[in-house]
Design a protein around this ligand. Structure first.
Ligand code: 1GP
Length: 250
């Protein structure tokens, strides 16, 4: 999956990931969504979140597999969210924060389990960005998010993450964020790192998706937006298709 993202990055093609919250997604809604992916391509499913209460990852993954071959990547909040039946895991190091547990601690404890799991490991520099209100991820991780209007801080953080050997960068305003990560911040990170950049949090319209992709995101992640409005998926597909067609024509 990392190869797919790297290829997209090199060719200028964009990707769409849909985040499924295992606590919230219902069987009927999931089934409808999976039917829609036949005409509205989704590149990846992310399964997870910073806090879960039902621990239904395995069931959600099995339900996706019954209807679809779209790759499934774990988006874990902590090491209890490791589920070997997925295809891959975003091994998140929370580089916007200064909590050693989320920078390296959980990873050390989980390493033997991950090694045995057969999951593709995608080491990810995870940057949580202030969105105006405190998000679950910020509270649960006990970290301060990157200031919304300090693109330089984000750029230096991403550069350091790339120098440390991380493979992906993920700029996240947090689930249901009122405002997504700014175009200025995405562009500032884009200018200084070569890695694929993932952007998520609060992308709930075609326009916001367009802005993030235009600023330099290689893949956008959308969760709440699709949960609340299933018609958003076709709009996102159109935005991605237009980007990708313009690459082919160029
Ligand atoms: C959150 O980036 C993801 O970690 C997706 O956020 O649910 O707001 O789309 P949304």
């Amino acid at each position: 999956l990392l190869t797919i993202l790297r290829d997209r990055r090199l060719s200028g093609h964009k990707a769409l990931a849909v985040l499924l919250d295992p606590d919230k997604i219902e069987q009927d809604a999931l089934s409808q969504l999976l039917i829609r992916t036949a005409s509205c391509p989704v590149d990846f499913f992310l399964v997870g979140g910073s806090l879960v209460t039902d621990y239904a990852h395995k069931e959600v993954i099995a339900a996706i597999r019954r209807q679809s071959t779209i790759p499934i990547t774990l988006f874990p909040g902590n090491l209890l969210h490791i589920e070997p039946s997925a295809d891959a895991i975003l091994l998140l190091s929370l580089i916007s924060g200064r909590n050693p547990d989320f920078l390296i601690g959980q990873h050390v404890i989980a390493a033997p389990l991950l090694k045995r799991s057969g999951l593709e490991i995608m080491s990810t520099g995870y940057m949580v960005v202030d969105s105006g209100t405190q998000t679950t991820v910020s509270y649960i991780s006990g970290t301060m998010p990157l200031p919304y209007d300090k693109p330089d801080v984000a750029a230096c953080t991403a550069m350091a993450g790339e120098m440390l050997g991380l493979q992906l960068m993920y700029l996240d305003a947090g689930s249901g964020a009122r405002r997504p990560v700014s175009s200025d911040m995405i562009a500032a990170v884009r200018r200084v790192v070569d890695l694929p950049i993932i952007v998520g949090g609060g992308i709930n319209s075609g326009e916001k998706a367009y802005e993030a992709l235009k600023a330099g995101a290689d893949m956008i992640v959308v969760g709440n937006g699709i949960e609340q409005n299933p018609d958003l998926l076709p709009q996102l597909s159109t935005v991605i298709r237009e980007f990708n067609q313009s690459v082919v024509q160029a």
